[in-house]
Design a protein around this ligand. Structure first.
Ligand code: RIB
Ligand code: CA
Length: 310
């Protein structure tokens, strides 16, 4: 039976690619997609989820959740990595729905409807998940598992010297989720930074006459431009797709139990993930962290997954 997944996303071209992988993967049943502010504002994220769905038109449409402002507001640094609208400024038309339930409500309902069965794939800041846990105090123990793209263990941050973007956007929520009694897998920058997809990717995309091929050919060039201009790279990182690959092909990743928390106050370190790696640790293991992956096979699976969409 296909595994039930709920995608919590802040699209973002990176998130859009990961959504392509999930929607057409026969091993997954995408029951809901909840928007969260991060790469773009909450309202833009909600719109972008609808754009992506309309462009891809997957065989089964998931339930949608609308993003709202996090309690302490969203930082704007890093926001424009994927253009002002998060999808490369293509200006896709979309018939926006008027009455979408809040993301945290959709998360609560989905988990309650299938206790211990739902995998939440958190590809953005952890605002919605923390809110869902606040709304329903038993929820953390009812989630199957949460796969979180975020944090950094032995490498620098990607938005500040200390912090990774998703955790930095809403460190308080990230701390709530890290400290919750849920089963968590963290896919940190240490692993996701290792893959850089070069422009050759274009030769391996689905045909441009397919919906997915056409969509990807529109949104990817702005991502390549941005990586070149901002980071001097000739390729793009695909953090969110790597996390999705870890859900679909867990055997390609090595996980290590660790004790992690999030700095929420530091002037220079807000959003930094901190792990107790002392000889005699005082913190209990609260998550598994990806430390290694079979890089070439992960790349192969991402390309294969994108082509399955056609
Ligand atoms: O740090 C990686 C994360 O931040 C990804 O989820 C990506 O969408 C980005 O903006
Ligand atoms: Ca993301």
């Amino acid at each position: 039976m296909a595994r039930k997944v709920l995608l919590d996303v802040d699209p973002g071209i990176d998130d859009a690619l990961a959504m392509c992988l999930a929607f057409f993967e026969p091993e997954l049943d995408v029951i809901a997609v909840t928007a969260v502010g991060g790469n773009v504002s909450p309202s833009q994220a909600t719109r972008n989820v609808q754009v992506i769905l309309e462009q891809l038109d997957p065989p089964r449409w998931p339930r949608l959740g609308a993003a709202s402002e996090p309690e302490h507001g969203l930082p704007v640094e890093g926001r424009y990595q994927f253009g002002v609208d998060g999808l490369g400024g293509i200006d896709f038309a979309v018939a926006e729905r008027q009455h979408i339930l809040p993301s945290e409500k959709v998360i609560c309902d989905a988990v309650r409807a299938a206790p211990h069965e739902v995998t939440i794939v958190a590809l953005g800041p952890l605002t919605n998940i923390a809110r869902a846990f606040a709304r329903d105090q038993e929820l953390a123990g009812l989630v199957g598992q949460i796969v979180i793209v975020g944090g950094a263990v032995n490498v620098p941050g990607n938005i500040t010297p200390a912090a990774e973007f998703n955790i930095y956007c809403d460190p308080t929520s990230a701390r709530t989720v890290f400290r919750s009694h849920s089963t968590k897998i963290l896919i940190p920058l240490d692993v996701t930074n290792r893959i850089e997809l070069s422009y050759d990717l274009f030769n391996q995309l689905p045909d441009e006459n397919t919906r997915v091929g056409k969509f990807l050919r529109q949104i990817l060039p702005p991502a390549y431009r941005s990586y070149r201009q901002r980071l001097g790279l000739e390729g793009i990182h695909v953090h969110d797709s790597i996390a999705m690959a870890s859900v679909i092909h867990p055997g390609l990743f090595t996980l290590k139990p660790m004790a992690g928390d999030v700095e929420t106050m530091g002037e220079l370190t807000s959003g930094m993930t901190v792990f107790d790696r002392r000889r005699v640790p005082a913190w209990r293991h609260n998550m598994e962290v990806a430390t290694e992956m079979h890089k070439e096979q992960v790349i192969e699976q991402i390309i294969r997954g994108l082509n399955r969409t056609a």
